[in-house]
Design a protein around this ligand. Structure first.
Ligand SMILES: [Zn+2]
Length: 381
């Protein structure tokens, strides 16, 4: 039997603790962002966390009239807008029945299949209230209905109350915001992180990590980090944030999609979790600027970081609003791939995340005045 000398053990433990603490800052940031509530239009809890993270790293921080955060680094050079949205999919209390059940107004693009038999949190006037979307009991459903999908019209919330009065006493009223209850978890010691709202809390975390690095590193531009509201209901916060910023270049950071689950649908997406961050070459809302896309792809190649190419129909992002602002802006959408977006339980990969931070920081350090002028030049050659 080998007995490890105590001092080696202590050294090993110290080393493990050191490695973990560096990793933990990012993992803990991702956990706090994923666990925070903030459905479209009710972003207060997530805004508070993001301001706490961004303020010490920014030279200035303000808000637009829709509640988006705009933090800056640098005071001269081209105006670069870096965007991630803070809102997540959720719902609102629509109606309270006399028996104490609640119906929901959904916020954002939910699949009906993702709604039944899930835990939710209602942000009531007296604090968080736990809820579950009730389902019909299998013992009571006729056999031919057992394989049928449940439509959102028949979805209701059960908070354990037996009357409308009890609902009211719990501090729940019509219009109160609702979010998924799906706590963060690192999956079995892998680099895969399970949680809700990766769309777009991954983008928010990329912003914080990039700001941390660029606080002390040189960059030849003014960076405006916009953490926007109400993306999931129509890219609304990016519109007003871009109005305020008047950017010359726009970079949206998002949760991407993957096509690596079963059954395979290769035409929908070939992106894989853990195979690197992605760049969108097409989505429903935007055709990105070709020179800016080439610039980002060249940066990734120089860094030896794999970059997946996405062409996705049925996807919109903030870059679409940014590119139409300020008389037209070259934009691109860069993503951390996410498995199961717009659902309670999504999965992101930590290596994909770290690689996107690396690419973004490099791109921001090389967007100088002459490069931006070249990217914005449409004169035929
Ligand atoms: Zn999104």
């Amino acid at each position: 039997m080998l007995i490890r000398p105590a001092n080696t053990l202590a050294l090993t433990l110290a080393f493990t603790a050191l490695t973990l603490s560096a990793q933990d800052r990012t993992a803990s940031l991702l956990q706090r962002l994923s666990d925070a509530a903030g459905p479209s239009g009710f972003e207060e809890p997530i805004r508070k966390i993001m301001v706490g993270e961004m303020k010490p790293l920014a030279s200035s921080l303000r808000y637009d009239g829709m509640g988006s955060i705009v933090a800056t680094q640098g005071t001269s050079g081209p105006r670069i807008m870096v965007d991630a949205h803070m809102d997540e999919l959720g719902g609102m209390v629509r109606r309270i029945t006399p028996g104490g059940y609640l119906t929901m107004q959904m916020l954002g693009g939910w699949l009906d299949a993702a709604l039944p038999d899930q835990r939710w949190t209602i942000l009531g006037s007296k604090g968080p209230v736990s809820a579950v979307t009730g389902i019909r009991d299998v013992h009571l459903v006729p056999p031919d209905e057992r394989t049928r999908a449940v439509s959102r019209d028949s979805i209701f919330l059960d908070i354990g109350a037996k009357s409308a009065e009890e609902v009211q006493a719990l501090g729940v009223g019509v219009g109160d915001p609702i979010v998924p209850d799906a706590p963060f978890r690192i999956m079995n010691g892998t680099a895969n992180y399970l949680g809700k709202a990766w769309d777009d809390r991954v983008g928010c975390a990329v912003v914080v990590e990039a700001m941390r690095q660029l606080q002390s590193a040189p960059h030849p531009n003014q960076i405006f980090y916009a953490i926007t509201t109400q993306e999931e209901v129509g890219l609304r916060g990016a519109h007003s944030a871009a109005d305020l910023i008047k950017p010359e270049i726009g970079i949206a950071l998002e949760g991407g999609v993957v096509g690596d689950t079963l059954p395979a649908h290769p035409e929908e997406s070939q992106a894989k979790l853990g195979a690197g961050p992605g760049i969108f070459l097409y989505d429903t809302s935007e055709v990105p600027n070709r020179k800016l896309s080439a610039f980002v792809r060249a940066a990734a190649k120089n860094l030896n970081v794999p970059l997946q190419l996405d062409l996705v129909s049925g996807y919109g992002d903030d870059s679409a609003e940014i590119q139409k602002s300020n008389a037209g802006v070259p934009t691109v959408n860069l993503v951390v791939p996410v498995r199961y977006t717009h659902a309670h339980n999504g999965i992101m990969n930590r290596n994909d995340f770290d690689s996107l931070v690396k690419i973004l920081v490099d791109v921001l350090q090389h967007l100088d005045a002459s490069t931006v002028a070249r990217l914005r030049d449409f004169t035929p050659e």
